[in-house]
Design a protein around this ligand. Structure first.
Ligand code: CUA
Length: 357
């Protein structure tokens, strides 16, 4: 068709947040226009009516009219509060923890591309495939400067910063192809840093995922598999085996548990904590372990490898009794060593507690 009326004023509504966000935006528009027009009309009417020389009755000027003043104070106040309550609720929903059944995808921003990785190891560059109706949680980090993951059709936009994980979630509600942008000026090719999000029917998606993406038909190792070989290459298992030893606490069943620090504080072993503990362990020594035992891996592993190591650690359930050997208790029990991972099966999309923003 291509008539004037097809000109899209709003992007498509392709996520769970889109409809409500547009409705709120429309209300703001409506209120703004209504009051602007109302005030403009009254300015015009009064300035014409009471212009100099016009013959109107000026004998009883109104100095105070409580009813009128209360009306024009209370009505806008209620409207303003209504908008505030609605917007705050929507904001809280957008920033709330993703649903527990979310599919996690890891996003790395770097000058000037998006690198995405699914838990099963399928990688994508500047493209993201997701199934219709499935909550998707993006755990994101930058390898260099600040980027911003923006999908207008989903009404989601979140900074991707170096040094810490940020998270955003959405539920795609419409099959299709949607533009992905970087929305933070990040260098000379910032405007080229974009791509596409493909929302597929669940069956099509499963098929796509099982085949390792459209261009890669060989079976791909999962993120946790890659993390496991990295774990061995870096000799992490010398100190972090199935049970806690004097050299290092066991990492089995650790993910999501509380870890006691030397400072007496307890923190959740989530993505952010594990990343920090790998890159810069001396920043928060673990209770019962000398501060300088664990070498810092900052500069030795990149963000992608950190995510692989975390995926592997996350996949470690309680250790097999056989792995614990002679049934001797760990020589240095710590709060982290308790192998009671009853919540999430290995490699599942267990939700991370204490989500870091
Ligand atoms: Cu990355 Cu702009």
């Amino acid at each position: 068709m291509g008539s004037l009326f097809d000109f899209p004023i709003f992007p498509e509504q392709a996520s769970n947040f889109a409809g409500e966000m547009d409705a709120l935006y429309f209300l703001l528009w409506l209120l703004t226009i209504t009051f602007t027009v109302l005030v403009a009309i009254m300015v015009l009417v009064f300035s014409v009516r009471y212009r100099r020389g016009s013959r109107v009755d000026r004998s009883k000027p109104v100095n105070t009219h409580h009813g009128l003043e209360l009306t024009w104070s209370i009505i806008p106040l209620l409207l303003g509060l209504g908008v505030f309550v609605w917007a705050a609720k929507l904001f809280a929903n957008v920033y709330s923890a993703p649903p527990a059944n979310s599919m996690e995808v890891f996003v790395i921003g770097k000058q000037w591309m998006w690198h995405l990785q699914h838990s099963n190891g399928v990688r994508e560059n500047n493209e993201l495939h997701v199934p219709l109706g499935q909550p998707v949680k993006l755990t994101m980090i930058s390898q260099d400067v600040i980027h911003d993951f923006f999908v207008p059709d989903f009404r989601i936009k979140r900074d991707v910063v170096p040094g810490r994980y940020t998270q955003v979630w959405f539920i795609p509600t419409k099959v299709g192809k949607y533009h992905l942008f970087c929305a933070e000026f990040c260098g000379t090719q910032h405007s080229l840093m974009g791509g596409w999000v493909y929302v597929m029917k669940p069956d099509d998606f499963q098929d796509w995922l099982n085949h390792g993406g459209p261009r890669n038909t060989t079976s791909t190792p999962t993120l946790a598999d890659v993390g496991k070989s990295l774990y061995q290459d870096l000799a992490c298992d010398n100190c972090h085996g199935a049970k806690s030893t004097e050299r290092g606490p066991s990492l089995y069943g650790l993910y999501g548990k509380q870890v006691k620090l030397a400072s007496g504080e307890s923190v959740a072993a989530d993505n952010a904590f594990l990343r920090d503990a790998i890159l810069n362990p001396s920043a928060h020594p673990i209770a019962g372990y000398p501060n300088d035992t664990m070498p810092a891996y900052k500069g030795q592993v990149n963000e992608e490898q950190v995510l692989q190591l975390i995926a592997y650690i996350k996949s470690l359930g309680a250790p097999d009794p056989a792995m614990l050997g002679q049934g001797q208790p760990a020589s240095k029990p710590t709060s982290t060593g308790t192998p009671t991972n009853a919540t999430a099966p290995a490699g599942s999309q267990g939700n991370s507690q204490g989500k870091q923003q």
